[in-house]
Write a protein that binds this ligand. Structure first.
Ligand SMILES: [Zn+2]
Ligand SMILES: [Zn+2]
Length: 251
């Protein structure tokens, strides 16, 4: 069984020219799991999947660049020509109420029954079809998670938005593919601490966690992704891939 990753959004913090915000489709053995639904990403997702085929969503945290397209996804499922079962949405506690606030007249239960929100907690493990998902907390403003996704003996680790910590190294250890926040560049220091990684820090994370390959992503649109990857290469001598919208990888 092969595990495939499709990048539906690779821009960090806000969309850039031709790049939209965080979203990753993970597919194995007919199961489709969406990691994050950042603003704009639903357009890319629909170039490769009918939204009706999604089996579950994981929202790493509730910054708009990771969850804003839950609105489009909700409407697309609600008004789909095929009747839709509730879509499990694993998200930080309170996500449904926070997101529903923008739906206004539809009320606090607006997402019901098209989306079934499930509170995420550190260490939660659950199966989505043939994919085994484990959530872990990361250091980032608010309640934020990363996820390990395992299938067929292959492991993808997704940092979400995260600062580099020893806990993060342990959480992503040994992954075949590390999808890592690499928003910033070292040359822009001083940077706010406890929010994101630079390219160099993403490389350090990959090296310390002994992962197979590193996908640098969530690059701020004003940064050159190639420069971010070059920073990562100063710390990690494995393969480094620069994420691009609609890129597909096989684990
Ligand atoms: Zn972000
Ligand atoms: Zn964030």
């Amino acid at each position: 069984m092969s595990v495939r990753l499709t990048v539906c959004g690779s821009a960090g913090t806000h969309p850039g020219p031709g790049r939209v915000c965080s979203s990753y489709l993970v597919t194995a053995d007919g199961t489709d799991l969406l990691l994050d639904a950042g603003n704009g990403s639903l357009a890319n997702l629909q170039t490769v999947r009918d939204v009706a085929d999604l089996d579950a969503v994981v929202l790493s945290h509730l910054h708009p660049d990771h969850c804003a397209d839950m609105y489009g996804l909700y409407y697309a499922r609600r008004f789909h020509r095929r009747e839709q079962p509730p879509l499990p949405v694993h998200a930080p506690a309170g996500a449904a109420d926070r997101l529903a606030a923008l739906l206004g007249d539809d009320g606090p239960d607006a997402f019901t029954p098209w989306c079934a929100f499930v509170d995420l907690a550190a260490g939660d493990a659950f199966a989505v079809g043939g994919l085994d998902v484990t959530a872990f907390r990361v250091r980032h403003p608010g309640t934020a998670f990363g996820a390990r996704v395992a299938a067929g003996g292959r492991v993808l680790a997704y940092t979400g938005d995260a600062a580099l910590t020893a806990e993060l190294v342990a959480a992503v250890a040994g992954a075949d593919l590390l999808v890592a926040d690499a928003t910033w560049l070292e040359r822009d220091r001083p940077l706010l601490s406890g929010i994101h990684m630079t390219g160099l820090e993403a490389g350090r994370l990959a090296a310390q966690a002994r992962v197979g390959r590193l996908l640098v992503t969530h690059v701020k649109p004003s940064n050159d992704p190639a420069e971010v990857a070059a920073e990562a290469a100063r710390a990690f001598d494995g393969q480094i891939i620069v994420a691009a919208d609609r890129m597909e990888l096989t684990l």
